[in-house]
Design a protein around this ligand. Sequence first.
Ligand code: NAD
Length: 543
Amino acid sequence: MSLGIFKIPTPKNEPVLSYAPGSKEKEELKKELARLKSVQVDIPMYINGKEVRTEEKISIHPPHEISHTLGHYHKGDSSHVNAAIDAALKARTAWELMPWEDRAAVFLKAADLLAGPYRARMNAATMLGQSKNAYQAEIDAACEMIDFFRFNAKYMEEIYHIQPESAPGIWNRLEHRPLEGFVFAISPFNFTSIAANLCAAPAMLGNVVVWKPAETQIYSAKVIMELFKEAGLPDGVINLIYTDGPVAGDIVFEHPEFAGLHFTGSTGVFQQLWKLIGNNIHKYNTYPRIVGETGGKDFILAHPSADADALSTAIVRGAFEFQGQKCSAASRAYVPESMWAKVKANIGQDLSNITMGNPEDFTHFVNAVIDERAFDKISSYIAAAKKSKDAEIVFGGNYNKSEGYFIEPTIILAKTPDYTTLCEEIFGPVLTIYVYPDSQFDETVTLVDQTSPYALTGAIFAQDREVITATNIKLRNAAGNYYINDKPTGAVVGQQPFGGGRASGTNDKAGSILNLFRWISPRTMKENLNPPKDYRYPFLQEK
Ligand code: NAD
């Protein structure tokens, strides 16, 4: 029972540490990387707070050094899916009844632990397991995750303050109940913070969760579970299992108490899951919430009035940071003929300085792509472009998987506006540029809007205000996160709520109050302080 109306501390975005030479954070991170490289970690599933091991151990290797073994995870089967659901449902009542401020405190403590003693570990695990450089790990695994926990706690407080008006003699209230069942969180490989948030956002609001991460993120998923546990999350509230997607899906989507899907990943998988849920809709006790943030074909559109230097930097950073494996990464750019020579020279200059390699060496801007499947897919697009009469490789184009899955930052010049790599999500360090005649800017805006089914992120570069205004309107539905004279990546919690429309997802805006609304089902309560005691209304009397 709460004896106060508590206020969450006002959150501020976690400062991004620099990892500059001589800094304390750099020294700690290097030490942690060396420690993790010197051991092999045994990674169990976590069901009802217990570590669960199986006979099937799968080895984990850094994408940039496949000969090294970081450890093993224990693969689960359908029995573990059932056990995770049972554990979640068992934990449900106590977690739902726990005062909201105590639920908030668990995640506020997790944020503080991550800002302090867990920071180097979470970053190092992300660098080694997902091949991120120190800066990319810091903005994701440390800062964004901390921000998700702190800002969501504040948003939860704001939600609980949403209360209806009351007429005289009446007291109306809204109870922001968690969903009646369990939430299934399915997370992608590319952001450690997204994986944590897919579980933590529903859990904070009092929901219980079964979490299935991408196989290639399991190494840092273990650190997330340890963080939750140390922060005081009760057993069974979040249960972490490692099974193939369909093994989990087949059981979860048949379960009457399945109450919500919190998904981030590819569009194809999300659409498949939505169909499954639709086909099973009669089996559920409640209509499940379906929240999915999916693929993109993110654009940069330059007007002839754009600043060529700013545009070139946005292209290099927007397309190639974390090897282009951000859902927001620029993967197509439209450059006017008059600017192309300068932009090409600038990009060439930048790319000639960029090195690619192991993230343990902090000088590398580019590291490896996540796994062999991704390497083969991305390199097949490059190979096809090399052969096509409609495309020309202007930078990069080399790849090698002998030591790790390395693909050079690659720029394809497309000669037709519907060339494959202008339309399909590649999810790697490949940007396609289409150079258009300066006189055809309006037609190019239409191309940008209609070339792909996605609408996740996009950027317009222009100095001419009227052009900016008109383009903002024409591209209103082309991106859920839209940037003016900035790269289309790097959304910050509390500042640029993230999510896209069209085939890119349900646009429920991770890192904002809007996402949290999906994990509650309000109950309206009307209390009559002076109930009538006679059924007859005054109008029933003629005189
Ligand atoms: P993916 O779709 O291959 O996998 C995502 C998750 O779904 C993984 O945990 C995977 O194991 C699981 N899965 C796959 N098939 C399944 C099935 N049949 N049943 C249940 N689960 C299943 O995506 P990925 O390669 O991990 O991530 C990259 C994708 O994620 C890209 O398309 C990217 O655009 C997208 N993404 C989007 C956002 C966003 O906010 N819009 C953020 C990050 C990543």
